[in-house]
Structures are given as C-alpha cells and as structure tokens.
Design a protein around this ligand. Sequence first.
Ligand SMILES: Nc1ncnc2c1ncn2[C@@H]1O[C@H](COP(=O)(O)OP(=O)(O)O)[C@@H](O)[C@H]1O
Ligand SMILES: [Mg+2]
Length: 315
Amino acid sequence: MAKSFDVLVVGELNVDMILDNIDGFPKVGTEILAQELTVTLGSSSAIFASNLSSMGKSVAFVGLTGNDDFANLVKKSLQEKNVNTDCIIASEKHNTGLTMVMNYGMDRANVTFPGAMEHLEEADITDEMLLSAKHLHLSSIFLQKKLKDQAHNLFKRAKKLGLSTSMDPQWDPSEEWVLNLEELLPNIDFLLPNQVEFNNITNSTSLTSGIEKIKPYSNSIVIKDGINGAHLWHNGDLLTKPAFVNEDVVDCIGAGDSFDAGFVCGFIDGLDLERCVELGNAMGAINTMEAGGTKSFKNLEHIKKVVMDKFNFTF
Ligand SMILES: Nc1ncnc2c1ncn2[C@@H]1O[C@H](COP(=O)(O)OP(=O)(O)O)[C@@H](O)[C@H]1O
Ligand SMILES: [Mg+2]
C-alpha cells in the first residue's frame, strides 16, 4: 500500500505565551509590566514534526487541542511548516494547552496549563491513521496522561501494522517517572531520551546500569547527552558519537527534538544507525545556532549548506 506520510507524530500541542523584559517576578496581590509579548506554537512534538518536515520528509500530526483560537494558531503554525494537520482533533470539552513563560534576566518562571493534551486517547489514533505512515513517533508521554497508560497498545498496533516506531519520553513534570517499560519497550524500535530522562525512567545512576536494567525488553536506545553528543546501544554494543563543536550557541531549546528529527530522517532514508546518530548530532548542533527550536530549519538545501559550512558534515 502506498503511504501518504513518512512519519505520523503523536504528541502534545500547546501555545507558548512569552513575556520578556518584565520588571521583576510577580508577587501575589501586585501588578508589574512586561515590555514584550510573543505568542507562538510551543511543544517539543511540534518542533520535531516541523524540523523533520523541513528536512523534506512528509509528516502528519495527531494531537488534541481545544476548539478555540489557540488551536487555530497551533494548526496554522504547523501548516506553515508543511505538516499535515488533518488528524488534529478539536475537543469541545477542553481548552488548548498553554505555557506562560516569564523571562526575567537569565531566569525564567513557567506556568503550564496542560488542557486538552492530557485527554488524547489511544482510540483517537485509528488504524487508518497508522496505515497512512511508514513510521510512528510519540513524544512527551508524561504530558499526555491518558495516553501514557495506553501507549503500549498503540505501539503494539503500529508494529502489527508494519510501522517502525520511536519514542522520546521527554521530562516528567511530576518527577514520578512511572512508565511500564516491560510492556512499552518491545514495540519501540528506538527509545530517544536525554541522559537525565534515561536515568530517571530506568531508576539508574549511569548509562551502563540503566541499559542493564532494560536490555531484556529493549531494541535500540539512543541517549542524547548535550555537548557530549549521543550514545547508541544496539545489538549489545554501546558506542558514543561526539557532538559537533559549535562556539556560537544561542540557546539549546529544542536541541533534543531536532536530534530526533535528524535520527528518524536518517532511519527512513535507510542509513546505518551510527550515521543516523551523526545526523541527529548535526541537527541538534544546528538547532543551537538560532533562538528557539525551529529557526535553523528553513529547508533541506539550507540545512545541508549550513552543516557543511559550519561542521563540514554532509548528508
Ligand atoms: N552546545 C551544543 N553544541 C553542539 N551540539 C549540541 C549542543 N547541545 C546539544 N547538542 C546536540 O543536541 C542533542 C540533544 O541535546 P540534549 O540537550 O542532550 O537533549 P534535550 O534537548 O532533549 O535535553 C545532543 O545529543 C547533541 O547532539
Ligand atoms: Mg528533549
């Protein structure tokens, strides 16, 4: 069967409302002013989907928003990145999620209202949606509370239907880190956490002890490790690919999501896994050259040129 999409992304969707140059942190019972306001698409899943699409892959998104103006902003922003939004569901019961970011000098305070994202269910992701894509990627499982306990079934269905699969767990705001790894991991081809997330979900203090714990039911694990690059555990071997040196880091927002986009892009193109990790590292590094998670990712030609000029990396 011809596939309409390379990748189906299941993830959280929210708007970021960013207040800059505020006069101080707000105190209860007082009012202060901010000098700048930005209202933009947030969510790591959206950064992943947008950047993978900018790399030339066809990407569809499944998520739950409210039926409100913020949902329109979310959809429009994804569509501008050529991400298909037909499977985004507008809930009549819940509002679109929102993060209020207050930047004060180098410090920030965030307040997140999860809203609709917590209510996406496995049943919302139909077989028809799964069959439309070659690969399923799920991100931010801890923010999607209902889906968290059902995700093992989603991955099981996806594997049965012939898709390859990946998951980036992302941070758990509750810091409880409870996942049913025994049921989840056998149907996840690539688990893509960062080092701290990996230690937390495996309840370990090191890479090797974490791998020992989950290797009976895990396939391949890629652990992102900031300026140290990334570690690949596959077929019993552990190897590390160093990060690309970037002296001009603007910020690291979304670096892990861009890494995931590079890795999954390479996998879909049939590259060997070491090369996929290198491509992930290159996309993580280019991400850090501009503010936020998507600015560096204009189109494939531009991405190729920047990583060639800056890091002498070709793909
Ligand atoms: N300062 C940096 N210089 C170069 N590459 C970086 C830098 N920070 C992150 N990266 C790349 O981005 C990837 C993801 O970053 P990391 O911080 O580990 O993940 P996350 O954003 O999920 O916390 C790293 O594995 C690395 O390849
Ligand atoms: Mg991350």
